[in-house]
Design a protein around this ligand. Sequence first.
Ligand code: BG6
Length: 491
Amino acid sequence: RMADPFSLVIFGATGDLAKRKLFPAMFNLFKSRILPDHFLIVGVGRSIRTVDAFRQAVRNSVENYSRFQIDSEAEWSEFVRHFQYTSSDIHDDQGYREMKGIIEEHEKQLEVTFNRLFYLAIAPGLFATVSQKLKASGLAAANGYKRLIIEKPIGHDYESARELNKQIKRTFEEEEIYRIDHYLGKEMIQNIEVIRFANSLFEPLWNHRYIESVQITASETVGVEERANYYDRAGALRDMVQNHLLQMLMMVCMEPPSRLKTEAIHDEKIKVLRSLRRYGEDEVGKYFVRAQYREGKMNGKRVPAYRDEPGIDKNSMTETFVAAKLYVDNLRWAEVPFYIRTGKRMAEKVTKIIVQFKDMPKNLYFNRDNDLKPNILEISIHPEEGIKLFLNAKKPGTDNQITPIAMEYCNNCEEETPEAYESLIYDAIIGDQTYFTHWAEVALAWKFIDPVRRLWDQDPQSLQFYDSGTWGPKKAHELLAQEGHGWWPQY
Ligand code: BG6
């Protein structure tokens, strides 16, 4: 679907997110020929730059990070002519007048009305100021639509998130706020809905009667990188669990929506968070494990402990790993454990969901030769994209020996799939909020997280340690072993 003319103001246009994700995403959309003839990107940054220097920076970013190549100089000029730049201090009203001037001048020249999108690729501490100034300057008073795009962290707990939301709502309605959780932009996460609701094979089995447990893993090999300042205050619980892991959980658990409409889908997702069993501070130790990486070997190279990373306090108590056992207390999911885990400096970078079905009764095919494996549906999100269904079959040439077999579908083997930011920015342009986070999701996720955080902040003993390059601390394995389960396959 072709979008209407729009202007996209990017605050933080000289920053890392713009460079690594936003400019390449715009170029990919341009190459996919789904942008309208008229669109305008206004970069806003603190440093003083000429438009030409800014355009050169956009080019470097596209050359380094875009999935498409620039085919010719003519193509590049056609793309980059849409980019403007203005240097501005976010607190200074004059800058907003300049942005408004740039947009209005283009509208006049082209005789079109631009819808207005504002992407805040800046520190969340500035979200409230910018949104207030967007209103005061009249910049947010578009003739077409106006939309705000922001990203986590949205607050550091429920109260701070609520306060921030209140301030933003002075300028933007809920329908105008696009809260990005980039996991929702990933192809295979969007595919969960289709796999579940378009296959008669899965939906009847998708409940506590047939599902033994579900595992959600989002492991990383990178350490804290250059984000010590943010990460040491956030920790893995706020950085990954409050958003990405709970989003994956919602996609797996939600009831079928009445229609494939944003509101219906959000409603069902929100209900999952409402049903999520809340743990009191005295229960956290039983259901959650947190840990920090020590030094270790990764790809044959020694990497430092978290506490020895640049910018990290030598006594930091921040967790870089979280594992938990969650329950969704509704009829569908009664007593099915959902194991989640995420961590930095782990053995592999994997994002995966494992749905383990209940064992068959063992009276027919169970003896010493046959170790009957459970049926497993593996949904791979990264680096492979696809699904694998593990079944049992007869081992060729034997009587009744059983062997596990896999049916496999690869989502990105033939063709490169769009990047998360690409599809999310496009959705924001066309006004589809489905894969953005509703305020109620943010609020409920914090309400679930807050008691865990509070307990951990008071209880230094709760922090475990694991060697870099491993699958996390022993306790994360014990969490499953208690139920006769294990992280799948062996790790
Ligand atoms: C971000 C976190 O939201 O997600 C990072 O802030 C993390 O700490 C990243 O590295 C992981 O995203 P992906 O897409 O690489 O799995």
